[in-house]
Design a protein around this ligand. Structure first.
Ligand code: UD1
Length: 464
């Protein structure tokens, strides 16, 4: 396991480029299962989640290869395997995206239920409801979803749930509906750009899907599907994370290769806080203000503020002047980052699905623990902006979903060093000097043991 040692307080200046969208890449890779022939995908980021899904697809008989030019090449076979095993699915929930393609293409699917998740309860009942409406027989047995359909038939499906639409659920139902006889309509479909990207990919193959980007989809099933080349959209969550990094760390950061039309809510929120944002084509130039203003934000389905940047906004707002309220309507329990941000001085109180933040201006470096992908991004941003040195443990969460984030940030002035983590039983804590302890009236002999990271070792020189 790796951890980051971050020396904070360095402004970010220069250009960074956004990678392809993880959340578009995963359902599109899974959807390659439905094509005849060889699919070529460009802009697929090099991430642990992509490697995991590649393993799932190989276990289903697909050939998956990364070419020297970065393209991911996926070739279908006559293989009829339909088991997505728990060992792989438990590593990444998005493996469930193979359910619809397998059912549509092979008439059967046996996919492990993903299980628990650090950002809250994440059922797949809406996925199953949509597939059942198309005629699939579905049972849950020994932790697996068994789905079978000799024939799928078009239906009118309402896919809304208590927390809005479902992104991967819409993807699964779309991938099955393109095989259904007749017409399927989906109401309350997810409108996220990643669903639109999947729809465009399927349409390029020969599917007939109308209404992409709206909550009402119409699918005419039964058309032949031939493999195509496709380029994945830019990652709007990575783009937002980088923009917030620029706003927190200070300086002037150019974020290249994004699609500003996917980021309206994020750009509006940042501007309202006083952050200078200039959009030119596919570049956003972020200029950090002297002082950040507080703001109330709510994470909502697209085009609202994405839940996947809620934690990063919480880190940013903890530095703003005044009181802010951050509410998450999609994952109302997604607040594992709060106690860790509080270790860095943030003044945050949780109230149900909201956090109430009293801005404190400056955060301080500390040892913190990442709990999930976006929480780790929030902690990294806080560490970049904080006074002093921070250690972020369990950064494997970050590696699941951000391509070379520390390299990108280091290129624009950050100081992030990746080191081998210590066994978790060993303390990684701050050493306080006698001078620092004096006002606290604590005897220095009581101070925590010296931190192992003070030597700032690199990967090639692991901590001993
Ligand atoms: C996707 C994204 C994830 C993002 C999330 C919300 C991918 C690979 N992941 O996850 O990064 O945070 O959208 O934008 O694209 N729900 C149900 N029943 C269901 C399905 C979902 O109640 O059958 C609920 C969930 O618990 C949640 C809400 O609906 O409260 C939205 O979930 P959903 O859109 O399905 O999230 P994912 O597709 O898993």
């Amino acid at each position: 396991m790796d951890m980051f040692v971050v020396r904070g307080g360095r402004p970010l200046r220069g250009r960074v480029t956004v990678s392809g969208a993880k959340n578009a890449a995963l359902p599109i890779m899974a959807a390659a299962l439905v094509a005849n022939g060889t699919t070529v995908l460009r802009g697929i980021p090099d991430l642990v989640d992509v490697t995991t899904l590649s393993s799932v697809l190989r276990s289903l008989g697909m050939n998956v290869e990364r070419k020297a030019d970065g393209a991911l090449v996926l070739t279908t076979s006559d293989d009829q395997r339909c088991l997505a095993d728990y060992e792989l699915v438990r590593r990444m929930r998005a493996s469930v995206c193979v359910l619809g393609p397998l059912l549509g293409r092979r008439g059967r699917a046996c996919v492990s239920l993903p299980g628990g998740c650090n950002i809250g309860h994440r059922p797949i009942d809406l996925h199953l409801k949509g597939l059942r409406a198309l005629g699939a027989q579905i049972t849950i047995d020994r932790g697996y979803v068994f789905a079978r359909a000799d024939r799928l038939v078009g239906a009118d499906i309402y896919l809304g749930g208590s927390f809005g639409s479902t992104v991967t659920g819409t993807c699964n139902v779309l991938c099955a509906a393109i095989f259904a006889e007749g017409v399927t309509t989906i109401s309350a479909a997810a409108c996220e750009p990643e669903v639109v990207d999947l729809g465009r990919f399927l349409n390029a193959m020969g599917a007939r899907i109308e209404g992409l980007g709206t909550p009402h989809l119409r699918i005419e099933g039964g058309h032949e599907l031939n493999a195509v080349e496709h380029t994945i959209i830019p990652d709007r969550i990575e783009a937002a994370t980088l923009m917030i990094a620029g706003a927190m760390a200070g300086g002037r950061l150019q974020v290249d290769g994004l699609d500003p039309s996917h980021l309206s809510a994020v750009i509006d929120a940042l501007r309202t806080m006083g952050v200078g944002i200039e959009i030119t084509g596919r570049t956003a130039t972020v200029v950090a203000p002297e002082r950040l203003r507080s703001l109330d934000i709510t994470a909502l389905p697209y085009p609202g503020i994405p839940t996947d940047v809620q934690a990063q906004f919480t880190a940013l707002l903890s530095m703003a002047e005044g009181i802010s309220v951050v509410t998450d309507k999609i994952f109302p329990d997604r607040f594992m980052h709060i106690p860790e941000l509080m270790r860095m001085g943030a003044n945050v109180r949780r109230e149900g699905a909201s956090s109430i933040i009293g801005g404190i201006g400056t955060l301080t470096g500390a040892c913190v623990m990442a709990s999930d992908l976006r929480a780790s991004a929030a902690l990294l941003l806080a560490a970049l902006a904080a006074d002093g040195e921070s250690v972020i443990r369990r950064v494997y969460h970050l590696d699941r979903g951000y391509e070379q984030l520390e390299q990108k940030l280091n290129q624009v002035g950050a100081d992030i060093v990746r080191v081998d983590d210590l066994p978790e039983t060993m303390p990684v804590s701050l050493q306080l000097s006698d001078e620092e302890l004096r006002p606290l009236a604590i005897d220095s002999s009581d101070s925590p043991p010296p931190p192992k990271f003070l030597k700032r070792p690199t990967k090639s020189a692991p901590v001993t």
